[in-house]
Design a protein around this ligand. Structure first.
Ligand code: GLP
Length: 244
């Protein structure tokens, strides 16, 4: 779906999420959201906050699972995805703390594996992800599933691609400060979501969007796996669609 600009596109995505939340409320059920960080989804979160503040949309029946977190990472660091999510969304809505899940960047190395297995189990116990929101990295990564990630990969500790670290370098005030690793949901975890919405804005994403949508399905561009998902939309602006 190609939109004139990221505002319109984000409004569409926020509305779809709000509609799911309301529908589940009517049924007395939970809505399970898979959430992403980065600059791409920030406007969607802005709209959701607006719907909460101005229209009374409640998040009391919402359970969230974030895609990824740098490792190691303290939650109060300016670089942490915990802080990002609090600042952009969770601090401004009525979601229950116990319903928010974000990979833990403070774990001891030997505890990471059990944590990741438990994360998968929690998603399963919640009934699976209803809507998974995604951005895309220049390497074709979704979450932090870098080139080489397999279709069946699950939540795990990964090594970040150099391109991804370079893209993050200015945020971290230098490449040497960018963590080398991260905990991410796997491609398999993402593919199990009932609905997937990948968003991309700007010319800088046009080449990777071209690869992801029209390229051969392959591990070297993990976003290509989404071509085989039965209910996945790419929501892009004209600039990100310019190589299609
Ligand atoms: C990071 C995140 C991804 C995100 C990507 C793109 O690597 N882990 O989930 O999709 O950045 O970031 P941006 O949206 O800022 O372009």
């Amino acid at each position: 779906n190609i939109y004139d600009n990221s505002d319109e596109a984000s409004f569409y995505v926020a509305n779809e999420i709000a509609e799911l939340i309301r529908q589940r409320q009517r049924q007395g059920k939970h809505a399970v959201l898979g959430l992403a960080t980065g600059s791409t989804p920030t406007k969607v979160y802005e709209f959701l906050v607006k719907f909460h503040q101005e229209e009374g949309l409640s998040f009391k029946n919402v359970i969230t699972f974030n895609l990824d977190e740098y490792y190691p990472m303290e939650p109060d660091s300016i670089h942490s995805y915990v802080r990002f999510m609090n600042e952009h969304l969770f601090d401004h809505i009525d979601i229950k703390k116990e319903n928010v899940h974000i990979p833990d960047g403070t774990l001891e190395k030997e505890d990471v594996r059990d944590f990741c297995d438990a994360y998968e189990k929690k998603i399963e116990d919640a009934g699976g992800i209803d809507i998974q929101v995604l951005g895309i990295g220049r390497t074709g990564h979704i979450g932090f599933n870098e080139p080489g990630s397999s279709l069946t990969s699950k939540t795990r500790l990964v090594r970040l691609d150099r391109v991804t670290r370079l893209d993050a370098a200015s945020d971290f005030f230098g490449l040497e400060n960018v963590p080398v690793k991260a905990i991410t949901m796997g491609v398999g975890t993402i593919m199990a979501a009932k609905r997937i919405i990948l968003m991309a804005w700007g010319e800088g994403k046009s080449e990777v969007i071209h690869q992801a949508v029209e390229g051969k399905i392959r591990e070297s561009v993990p976003a290509t796996f989404l071509q085989n998902h039965g209910n996945c939309n790419f929501i892009v602006d004209h600039a990100a669609a310019s190589d299609l």
